[in-house]
Design a protein around this ligand. Structure first.
Ligand SMILES: [Zn+2]
Length: 159
């Protein structure tokens, strides 16, 4: 667990801790990878997380508290990773069923995202990756209950 090693270093030398975090990110790049088509490279998300973690830990006034908070951030990072991979695999299954063009359906959660609501009833081309309007695949973001459907004839396309 690189976070525990970082805790010691943050106390002794924040600069060293940042370097260690960068090294830890290189290790964590060998973590889980999604093989689903259209999935984004998890290594980039992990590297981005590691850089931010290093920055937060090296600037912390109270290293103990910062480390406790970092554990929560890491858990959230891992949760987001699971959601992305699940969503990419589910999209791949829908593509196998209906082809590369799918439709977006708003799931009507308690707190809807305006951009997901705007995407409702639109088609999107999975070969282009994640629609710009939504910034994510259906169901990928926390509490997103949006889902895919077969292409709707004549429906506008998401970019
Ligand atoms: Zn949504």
């Amino acid at each position: 667990m690189p976070l525990f090693g970082l805790a010691v270093l943050v106390r002794e030398s924040p600069e060293k801790a940042a370097a260690v975090a960068a090294a830890a990110s290189a290790i964590s790049l060998s973590g889980p990878k999604s093989t689903a088509k259209g999935s984004r490279p998890e290594a980039l998300f992990r590297a981005y997380y590691a850089m931010n973690a290093a920055r937060r830990l090296s600037r912390a006034k109270d290293p103990e508290k910062a480390l406790e908070r970092e554990k929560l951030y890491f858990a959230l990072h891992q949760k987001a990773q699971k959601l992305r991979m699940h969503s990419a695999k589910a999209t791949e299954s829908m593509v196998a069923l209906h082809g590369p063009i799918l439709s977006w359906h708003h799931g009507h959660p308690k707190e809807p995202r305006p951009n997901h609501l705007a995407a409702d009833g639109h088609n999107f081309d999975t070969r282009r990756g994640v629609p710009q309007l939504t910034g994510a695949l259906p169901g990928e973001l926390p509490n997103c209950t949006c889902y895919w459907g077969p292409p709707i004839p004549g429906a506008p396309e998401l970019r």
